[in-house]
Design a protein around this ligand. Structure first.
Ligand code: PLP
Length: 383
C-alpha cells in the first residue's frame, strides 16, 4: 500500500539530502565543535556557515541567530526574555496560538500579568484589532504568523510597524513555525524582536530549531553551562540537527518560489476536489490562507473515525494540531467560532512539495467512500 502523507504541519519527512547531512554529522563530522583541533574546527565552521545562511533568509546577521531544540524552546526563550526585560505587566496574544505560547502566557497570567487574548472574527484576526489592544504597559506581543490548524496569515509587517508606532517598548515575538519557508519572513520589515522557527516542519529533523533575537544581550537563557551559543543556549550543540536544518533551509530557499506555487496549486486542487465530490462540508481555512494547510469539516462524519478509516488505506491526515489531537476538541477551531458538529467533523490536510495530484485523486476516492459510510452508520445508529 502506497503511503499518502498529508500531515505536514505536524511534521515533515526529511529530504534525502537532509538524511545525508545527518549521516555526515554522525559519521565523519561527529567531533565536538568546541574542541580545538582541526577536525572539530571544521564542524564549528560548518555550523557558522549554516548560521550565516539562515540569517540571510530572514534578513539579519548570524550574531542574531541561536540554535535551539525547536519551536517550543525558541518560543519559551523569547517570551521569558521579553517579560524579564520589561516593567510593563500586560501581554497581548491571540486565542488561537500554539500551546507552547498559550501555556507559558497563562503561567504569567496566574502570576499577576494582565493578558489580552484577541479572538478571531469570521476566522481571521485583523491587524487593527491587535494594535488596538497594545497599551503603554504592554511588555510583549506574541502572535503566530500562520495558524497551524487553519492556515490563516497575519500581516506581520503591517502589524510590527503599527505596534512599534504605538509602543516602541513592546517586544514583538513572531511564531514563524508554520510560515518559515512558506512565506517570506523579514525581521527588519516586521520589526520583530524575536522569531521562532522549527527544523522538523521544513523537512529537517526533530530537535532542531532557531531563535532570532534582535538584541541577544536581552536573552534570558534557559540553560547555563559551558558557554555554547555565546552562553545564550548552553549544552553541546546538536550538530546532526543543525546540519539537517542547514540543508533543509538551503533546499527550501533555493526552491522557494517553485515549491510554494506548487503546494498552493495542490491545495486548490484538493479543495476543489472535495467541494465537487463531497456534500455537506465546510471549508474552515480562509480563501487567502497559507499554501500548505486546508481545514475542512465533514458534517455528520466524526473526524477521528474518518482519520482512522483513511489511515487503514495508508492516508495520513490530522484532526487538529498534533499536540491538540489527543485532547478534547481544538481550541483553535472553537476560537474561530465553529459549531460543535463542525469541530467534530474537522480534518486538517497539510501538504508539502513531496505530495502529488495523483495522491489527492486517490485520497478523494477513499475520503468520499469513508464520509458516506460514516454518515450512514451514524444515521443508522441514531435511529
Ligand atoms: N508553533 C506552531 C505554530 C507549531 O505548529 C508548532 C508545532 O506544531 C510549534 C510552535 C512547536 O514547535 P516544535 O514542535 O518544534 O516544538
Amino acid at each position: 500500500m502506497k503511503e499518502i502523507y498529508f500531515d505536514n504541519s505536524a511534521t515533515t519527512k526529511p529530504y534525502t539530502e537532509v538524511a545525508e547531512a545527518v549521516n555526515s554529522a554522525i559519521n565523519n563530522m561527529f567531533y565536538n565543535p568546541s574542541s580545538i583541533y582541526d577536525k572539530a574546527i571544521a564542524v564549528s565552521k560548518k555550523m557558522e556557515d549554516i548560521r550565516e545562511n539562515i540569517a540571510g533568509t530572514i534578513n539579519t546577521k548570524s550574531k542574531n541567530i541561536i540554535f535551539t531544540s525547536g519551536g517550543t524552546e525558541s518560543i519559551n526563550t523569547a517570551i521569558n526574555s521579553s517579560i524579564r526585560n520589561s516593567r510593563g505587566k500586560h501581554i497581548v496574544t491571540t486565542e488561537y496560538e500554539h500551546d507552547a505560547t498559550l501555556n507559558l502566557i497563562k503561567k504569567y497570567e496566574r502570576e499577576g500579568y494582565t493578558v489580552t487574548y484577541i479572538k478571531p472574527e469570521n476566522g481571521i484576526i485583523e491587524v487593527d484589532r491587535i494594535v488596538e489592544a497594545i497599551t503603554p504597559q504592554t511588555a510583549l506581543l506574541s502572535v503566530m504568523h500562520v495558524n497551524n490548524e487553519t492556515g490563516n496569515i497575519i500581516d506581520i509587517n503591517k502589524l510590527g510597524n503599527e505596534v512599534k508606532k504605538k509602543n516602541p517598548a513592546t517586544a514583538i515575538h513572531i511564531d514563524a513555525v508554520q510560515s518559515y519557508m512558506k512565506l517570506k519572513v523579514d525581521v527588519d520589515k516586521s520589526r520583530a524582536d524575536y522569531l521562532s522557527v522549527s527544523g522538523h516542519k521544513i523537512h529537517g529533523i526533530k530537535g532542531s530549531g532557531v531563535l532570532y533575537a534582535r538584541d541577544t544581550s536581552r536573552l534570558n537563557p534557559m540553560f547555563l553551562g559551558g558557554g555554547q551559543e555565546k552562553g545564550y543556549r548552553c549544552g553541546t550543540e546538536n550538530t546532526p540537527g543543525i546540519f539537517a536544518l542547514g540543508k533543509a533551509v538551503e533546499i527550501n530557499d533555493r526552491d522557494f518560489t517553485k515549491n510554494t506555487q506548487y503546494i498552493n496549486e495542490l491545495k486548490n486542487y484538493l479543495k476543489k476536489s472535495i467541494t465537487d465530490n463531497i456534500e455537506n462540508i465546510k471549508i474552515n481555512s480562509p480563501e487567502n490562507g497559507v499554501c500548505h494547510i486546508l481545514n475542512v469539516s465533514f458534517i455528520g462524519a466524526k473526524a477521528e473515525i474518518l482519520l482512522h478509516t483513511l489511515e487503514s488505506k495508508g492516508i495520513y491526515v490530522s484532526t487538529g494540531s498534533a499536540c491538540s489531537s489527543k485532547k478534547k476538541g481544538s481550541h483553535v477551531l472553537r476560537s474561530i467560532g465553529l459549531k460543535e458538529n463542525e469541530i467534530e467533523g474537522a480534518i486538517r490536510f497539510s501538504l508539502s512539495s513531496l505530495n502529488t495530484k495523483e495522491e489527492i485523486d486517490l485520497c478523494i476516492q477513499e475520503l468520499r467512500a469513508a464520509v458516506e459510510d460514516i454518515r450512514m452508520i451514524t444515521k443508522f445508529g441514531r435511529r
